[in-house]
Write a protein that binds this ligand. Structure first.
Ligand code: PLP
Length: 376
């Protein structure tokens, strides 16, 4: 049987990884500034993480009776403490798309409505929201086939005010748009979204699947804007590679038995991985590191010739070039052994390294990037 061929691949197979480094089968070392689409939050194979997962595995195997697991409460307590949302509730599931589907369901249960507002260039996973309005030709989807969804330009308060009405069930917005090329919602915009949701009784969903878990230099990217969403969706960096996701739910929602559910969500290993991630984020001050190293990288990148704009917050960085980024990324990978990411914008490189990225690692990348950009 073949693998269904939906992913474009580089001809490199990583076989080992530690911190911000990965090695291929020939022993070649790479600096990883992409972390498997923002998944690697505390660094590859972090010793505390490996130990906690291994101990859990040796006790319970892959047993997954998620509803009976006391570690879910331990995880919820720690997540509440670190994120500042200790009055919210947590529903655990397996992927970002599933978290968003559950968020839409919750919004619809609560409002009795079906209309959803999303933003152009957003990406919320392979959900009923289709693929949102990405221009990426690689992501072919029935955009706007769903009549319940309206896509508005990001940061356009007038368009938002005009589009919202008392049929709006939810507005969903990424903390920072990732796949769409690293676009940051302004604080004024997010505050206006909050205000309009309150005015019309709609639910504000913040998709922090990519931008959350400290990546922006705060636990959640929307916390730079001082707003409180009704629902926050999380995944990716939550498990540092272990598939786990969650829906954080405002106390105004009342849970009912059978309302949401999933077979594997919040299983023993997922909880062990997620708890270990939060412990390391806290003990190694990685959110502060993301802010410090991220600010440094962003200010240095702005000085490189051929860079049109640097966008982002913390260690979620988009480098828009004056030229297409594919050949630059290839040179960085094959000549300098540095992994970077792309986006749906052909000119924009996406950096999503481990939050433990050191200044020395950042300098290694900057030197290589200057070289490559100087040679074009
Ligand atoms: N939401 C955002 C903002 C994402 O970036 C992604 C994945 O890239 C998803 C949702 C979907 O997550 P998953 O691939 O785990 O379903």
């Amino acid at each position: 049987m073949n693998i269904f061929d939906v992913y474009p691949l580089f001809n490199i197979t990583p076989v080992r990884a530690l911190g911000s480094r990965v090695w291929d089968e020939k022993g070649q070392e790479y600096l990883d500034l992409y972390g498997g689409h923002a998944v690697i939050s505390i660094g590859h194979s972090h010793p505390h993480y490996v130990q906690v997962i291994s101990e859990q595995l040796s006790r319970m195997g892959f047993y997954s009776n998620s509803v009976q697991i006391p570690q879910q409460q331990v995880l919820a307590n720690l997540l509440g403490k670190l994120s500042g949302y200790d009055d919210f509730s947590l529903f655990l599931c397996n992927s970002g798309a599933e978290a968003n589907e559950n968020a839409f369901k919750l919004a619809s249960f609560h409002t009795g409505r079906t209309q959803i507002i999303s933003f152009k260039k957003s990406f919320h996973g392979r959900t009923s929201l289709a693929v949102a309005a990405t221009d990426d030709p690689k992501i072919i989807a029935p955009v706007n086939e769903n009549p319940n969804i309206t896509f508005l330009p990001l940061n356009d308060i007038d368009a938002l005010v005009n589009a919202m009405n008392d049929n709006t069930s939810a507005v969903i917005c990424e903390g920072i748009q990732g796949v769409g090329g690293i676009n940051v919602p302004t604080p004024e915009f997010l505050q206006a979204v909050r205000q309009e949701c309150d005015k019309h009784g709609a639910i504000l969903i913040l998709d922090e699947v990519q931008s959350g878990y400290g990546r922006s230099g705060k636990f959640f990217a929307h916390q730079h804007s001082g707003i409180t969403p009704d629902i926050i969706t999380i995944a990716k960096g939550m498990g540092n590679g272990f598939p786990v996701a969650g829906v954080m739910i405002h106390p105004k929602f009342t849970a009912k038995h059978g309302m949401l559910g999933t077979t594997f969500g919040g299983n023993y290993l997922a909880c062990a991985a997620s708890i270990a991630v939060l412990e390391v984020l806290e003990s190694e001050h990685l959110i502060l590191n993301a802010a410090t190293v991220g600010n440094y990288l962003m200010s240095e990148l702005q000085t490189v010739p051929g860079v049109r704009q640097v966008r982002g917050q913390g260690l979620m960085i988009g480098i828009e070039l004056t030229i297409p980024c594919a050949p630059i990324r290839s040179k960085l990978l094959y000549e300098y052994h540095i992994f970077t990411g792309s986006s749906s914008e052909a000119h924009t490189i996406r950096l999503l390294p481990s939050l433990a990225l050191s200044k020395e690692d950042a300098d290694e990348f900057l030197a290589a990037f200057r070289d490559v950009m100087g040679a074009v």
